[in-house]
Design a protein around this ligand. Structure first.
Ligand code: SF4
Length: 215
């Protein structure tokens, strides 16, 4: 069980939260913390950015596996990758944390906010910001913008890295032997990560091979 010293409370006192999740490693500690705090929540998996589909399926199935273990409801949203490519057109060469990522977060959060609005959730949040590779301010801006579309919906800007979240994320991933993705998720991050690897004398990314705790 996590060693949490911060009292976990939603901004509205809501005990029914929709948690946008991108993968099992990023959501593992967030899920355990919310469960331990007695917050009722549902996982919303909407990540049409993840490419190729084999990688998408592995990330989703890992998240389903952990949700089932904790007894957490899991909503599997559509894999509408062509809409994602359409939305980021012209931003193919943006660096990570740039404008393409803002559009990517906006797209995922807009759908999450819509689902929350239509299904009686007054609060949603995301585990995306727990990764040190992400710009938390950018993620929070996108979450707040999506929530602002509905009068009674709130985006919970909790910093999941705090209270040991960053290190527990890795501990849980190793304990559960989660699949270890080696790039953010989209075709462009796959391309750029492989380019970096080539420049640094490393092998190209192999999809479906690496699991936490293997090395
Ligand atoms: S690098 Fe990650 S956050 Fe940015 S556009 Fe690609 S998948 Fe989305």
């Amino acid at each position: 069980m996590p060693q949490e010293s911060i009292v976990l409370e939603t901004p509205t006192g809501s005990k029914n939260v929709l948690l946008h999740s991108c993968c099992a490693p990023c959501s593992g500690d967030v899920m355990e913390r919310m469960a331990d705090a007695g917050i009722k929540f549902t996982i919303y998996f909407y990540n049409p950015n993840i490419h190729p589909q084999k990688e998408y399926m592995i990330r989703k199935e890992e998240n389903v596996r952990f949700a089932e273990k904790l007894g957490i409801p899991f909503v599997d949203a559509d894999y509408d990758v062509m809409n994602w490519f359409e939305r980021v057109k012209g931003l193919e060469w943006e660096p990570e944390r740039g404008e393409r990522c803002r559009v990517c977060f906006d797209m995922r959060f807009e759908r999450t906010a819509l689902y929350a609005h239509e299904h009686g959730f007054d609060t949603f949040t995301s585990c995306l910001g727990i990764s040190r590779w992400k710009n938390m301010e950018q993620i929070n801006d996108c979450g707040l913008r999506a929530a602002a579309r509905y009068p009674d919906l709130h985006y919970w800007t909790f910093n999941w890295r705090k209270g040991g979240g960053s290190s527990r994320m890795i501990e849980i991933a190793k304990r559960e032997r989660f699949y270890q993705q080696e790039y953010c998720g989209c075709a462009y991050s796959f391309r750029d990560s492989n380019k970096w690897r080539e420049q640094n004398g490393r092998d190209r990314i192999k999809i479906g091979v690496q699991y936490y705790g293997d090395d």
